[in-house]
Structure formats: structure tokens, C-alpha cells
Design a protein around this ligand. Structure first.
Ligand SMILES: Cc1cc2nc3c(=O)[nH]c(=O)nc-3n(C[C@H](O)[C@H](O)[C@H](O)COP(=O)(O)OP(=O)(O)OC[C@H]3O[C@@H](n4cnc5c(N)ncnc54)[C@H](O)[C@@H]3O)c2cc1C
Length: 448
């Protein structure tokens, strides 16, 4: 029996379902998938991160007496060759978005595939309500998991020590340039390991609940990119914090389960990848100019523009800011959440289909457990509350260094200063809020 261990978004050797479930003779592989890469910009930072992580994985596997064969190809070509080389089956972790499901179906027609839940804690299929239907609301979902969430440890996989590296050519390693990408500089924390980040966050976890919304403070774990590409598993994150038995990590653990919840929702309601889960049929504003101004950070609203410029420059955005810009796009500009979701998918370093789709539907009041439609964040109130002194806004707009912060928190406040060059706000916040609420009300009355 010769098995292929197909590493995809689980780039680690600890708590690895593949290394635990493999039997003996194995070929670990990673494929830089041409079908995915062809749609990305050549300066996509995620590819630099994945590339460096694949190199590290290769070294770690070598440390276990194994190795990693690396391809730049379409998966179907790789597996057709491996089938001809007499490999019997493939082990991989499972993903529930449409591209991943279609890809895996195609591979299964070439060679048998065994899939494991390895990027999430829960198997979404094995957790239903008493009436055998899936949960749609986070709080009861979370409460129903108390056996897990209140435990101090979730068992991790240990790797099978009897694995043999099969004879193979492990030397090929496409360069970033050969794949059409340029090496990018990454935020410093992405050069650190997952456990190192958790160690750093441990000192802050007590204050997490109180400080997590203040986007000028470095108060969150910054673990999302490592989780996305599986450099650390969610079980490892959970166990790490439970191991020092801090009651203050409760709110942080809850967030980890929002990630589980959105994956669960995508699994049970796959149509929500492209459609409003709550079934509302909304006629959105199709004005491309409004959307482009939002993307480029040219809306004339300081907090929105600073957040979007930061995203465009770094691939990062704080959770509170994601909620504020998503509410602004879908409520004040009344633009379809799918356009915002796609834009985030292109830019976010931690882009994860289920979390992104679920969170956009939450913000646009179109999801399962969504924010009520009349809840529209006022961006000026948000910046007043969470960036009173304009520390974040000034970090993006250096020209505003000497501006009185209160001007950031008033509609067209900056524009009242004759020495500042800044566009007028593209919408009146109160009027656009009311327009969105009226439209939602109308659609709900008509359709429900
Ligand atoms: C519109 C919108 C889009 C989003 N898109 C993504 C995405 O593509 N990928 C992504 O990982 N997160 C997404 N989030 C959730 C959240 O913003 C990020 O997980 C968080 O900012 C990452 O920073 P952190 O690791 O420091 O988070 P922490 O606050 O330290 O949280 C720890 C972990 O919990 C999970 N988590 C926290 N909040 C959420 C949430 N609301 N939903 C799901 N999981 C959560 C993440 O895995 C995160 O790394 C989105 C939120 C919004 C409002």
C-alpha cells in the first residue's frame, strides 16, 4: 500500500490527521495549484507566505525521516501521474467550498481519496439539533458544544512513527518567479511560528474582552493567517489556552468557535456561498463608482478610507473595522455583500471562504444568525468610540498628523478645514441609513 499525503491548508506536522492516519509507505506532496494561482495578482502576499511555509514543512518532514514533493500543476495532472506510479490512495483534509468540493470529486475519479476534518475542531455532519436539523444560530450552537468548550483538552493527533518515505524525486521546487509571482514583504508577525504568537498573546488574553474592539491597540491574537493555512490547528490553539486554565480566555475561545460555526453553516447550507442564506431577494445598488470608491478608500469618511487603504497596503484589517466597512458598503451604499466578499477574498491575508461569507452575511443582515437589518453602524460614532484620538487614522494618513481628532468623527469634519485636501463624504450617513432600513422593511414585507 503506497499512500499520497496531500498537504493543502494543513501545513504542519503537529496534530496532523494525515501523519496520524497514514499506514507505512508515504509520499507527502504539496501542489501549487495552477487553477487557483492563475486568478491571483503577481504581488499576492499569500503566495509568499505559503511558499515560505511549504519550505518549512519540507524541513520538518525531513526531520521526521520523510520529505515533501512539490508541484506546480493542476491537481488532476499530478494524480494521473501518481496513479500511473502505482500509488493506491490519497489522504487529505476536507474543505467545503465549491472549488474544493469539485476538485476533490475530480481527483476521486482518478484515485481513491480519504478525507479528514483537520482544519476545524468539529465534524459539521455529526452535530445536529434534537430534531436532526442543523443549528442556524450561534448561541445555541455554542451552548450545545459545552462538553467540548468546557473541557480542558481536545485530543490531538500524534503521528505514526512507522512511516517510510517512498523512493521518489523530491528535488523539484518551482521558484516563485517560475510560478509568476514576486516575493513580497510580509507583516513581521508572519515570520513567527503559531506557538510563538500564542505565547505573545498569552500576556494579553486577560484584557482581550475589554480591548479587542479598539483597533489602534494590538489586543488580538493575530493567529488567523496561521489557522487559515494550518500552521497551527484550532485544537492546538484551544488546548494551549486551556492548559493554563485561565477563566479569562473564555471570550477568546468563543471566537474560535465562530470560525467553527461559519464552517458548519457553509457545510449545511452550501448555497449560502453565493446566495443570501435568509432567502431575501434584494435589488442592490449597482453603481460601480460607489463600489470603487469604497475599494480604494476614497469615500470621504476617514475611518472607512483608513481601513480600506490599510487593507490594500497590507492584506490586514482589524475585526471591528471589517464590521464597520462591511456595514457601510452593504447598508449606507447598499451594495451587494458578494462584491465586498469577493474584494476581501482578493485582499485578506487570512481569507477563509466560510468565515468571510458568514461574516459578510452577518453584516448585511442576509445570513443565518445575522445582525438585524436596522442595525447600521455609524462610522463616525465607531471612530469616536474606538479611535477617539485618531491614532489609527493618523497612522494611515500622515498628512493629518496635526489635525484635531474630533474632526475625524464628524460628517465632513475634515473638509471644513481649508488646509486639508480630502473628498466630501459620498453619502449622508443618516439619510443612507434610513434608506437601507426602508428597503429592507419593504423587501421583508413583500417576501415574508
Ligand atoms: C466582514 C468580515 C469578514 C471576515 N473575513 C474573515 C476571513 O476571511 N477569515 C478569517 O479568518 N476571519 C474573518 N473575519 C473574522 C475576524 O475579523 C478575523 O478572524 C480576525 O480579525 C482575525 O484576527 P485575530 O486572529 O487577531 O482574531 P482574534 O480576535 O484573536 O480571534 C481569534 C480567532 O478566532 C476566529 N474569529 C474571530 N472572530 C471571528 C469571526 N467573526 N468569524 C469567524 N472567526 C472568527 C479567527 O480564527 C481568529 O483568528 C471576518 C470578519 C468580518 C466582519
Amino acid at each position: 500500500m503506497k499512500q499520497v499525503l496531500w498537504f493543502r491548508r494543513d501545513l504542519r506536522v503537529e496534530d496532523s490527521a494525515l501523519l496520524a492516519n497514514a499506514i507505512k509507505d508515504v509520499l507527502p506532496i504539496f501542489i501549487f495549484d495552477k487553477n487557483i494561482l492563475k486568478n491571483l495578482d503577481k504581488n499576492d502576499k499569500r503566495i509568499t507566505f505559503v511558499y515560505k511555509s511549504v519550505l518549512e514543512l519540507k524541513k520538518k518532514l525531513q526531520g521526521l525521516g520523510l520529505d515533501l514533493s512539490i508541484y506546480y500543476d493542476e491537481p488532476k495532472n499530478v494524480f494521473t501521474k501518481l496513479k500511473n506510479d502505482n500509488f493506491d490512495e490519497v489522504l487529505c483534509s476536507v474543505d467545503f467550498d465549491t472549488y474544493a468540493k469539485d476538485r476533490d470529486k475530480e481527483i476521486e475519479s482518478i484515485i481513491p481519496v480519504k478525507r479528514f476534518i483537520d482544519s476545524f475542531i468539529l465534524n459539521p455532519n455529526s452535530h445536529l439539533k434534537k430534531d436532526n436539523t442543523p443549528y442556524k444560530v450561534f448561541t445555541p450552537f455554542y451552548k450545545s458544544l459545552s462538553m467540548i468548550t468546557q473541557s480542558n483538552n481536545i485530543q490531538e493527533y500524534t503521528h505514526n512513527k512507522n512511516l517510510n518515505k517512498v523512493d521518489f524525486d523530491y528535488s523539484s521546487f518551482p521558484t516563485l518567479e517560475e510560478m509568476g509571482f514576486e516575493e513580497q514583504s510580509l507583516p513581521d508577525y508572519l515570520y513567527k511560528g503559531g506557538l510563538e504568537l500564542l505565547e505573545e498573546f498569552k500576556a494579553k488574553v486577560n484584557k482581550y474582552q475589554d480591548e479587542r474592539d479598539f483597533f489602534y491597540i494590538d489586543a488580538s491574537s493575530k493567529i488567523s493567517v496561521h489557522l487559515r493555512f494550518g500552521l497551527i490547528s484550532p485544537k492546538q490553539v484551544f488546548n494551549y489556552f486551556k492548559s493554563f486554565n485561565s477563566t479569562n480566555c473564555e471570550s477568546f475561545i468563543r471566537e474560535i468557535f465562530w470560525r467553527e460555526f461559519y464552517n458548519y453553516i457553509l457545510f449545511h447550507f452550501p448555497h449560502s456561498e453565493f446566495n443570501n442564506l435568509n432567502g431575501l431577494q434584494i435589488k442592490w445598488n449597482e453603481n460601480e463608482d460607489d463600489f470603487l470608491k469604497w475599494c480604494e478608500g476614497k469615500t470621504g469618511i476617514p475611518i472607512i478610507d483608513a481601513a480600506m487603504i490599510h487593507l490594500n497596503n497590507t492584506g490586514l484589517m482589524h475585526n471591528r473595522l471589517r464590521m464597520v466597512v462591511a456595514s457601510f458598503l452593504t447598508k449606507n451604499l447598499f451594495v451587494d455583500w458578494k462584491k465586498g466578499e469577493e474584494y476581501f477574498a482578493k485582499k485578506l491575508l487570512d481569507y477563509e471562504a466560510s468565515s468571510n461569507i458568514g461574516s459578510w452575511q452577518w453584516s448585511s443582515s442576509t445570513g443565518a444568525d445575522a445582525s438585524p437589518y436596522f442595525r447600521v453602524f455609524n462610522p463616525y460614532t465607531q471612530s469616536q468610540k474606538f479611535d477617539k484620538d485618531g491614532i489609527f487614522i493618523k497612522s494611515i494618513f500622515s498628512d493629518f498628523e496635526n489635525i484635531e481628532p474630533k474632526l475625524f468623527h464628524i460628517e465632513n469634519g475634515l473638509q471644513s478645514n481649508l488646509f486639508v485636501q480630502y473628498p466630501k463624504a459620498i453619502v449622508d450617513i443618516k439619510l443612507s441609513r434610513q434608506r437601507a432600513i426602508d428597503k429592507f422593511k419593504e423587501v421583508k414585507n413583500e417576501q415574508f
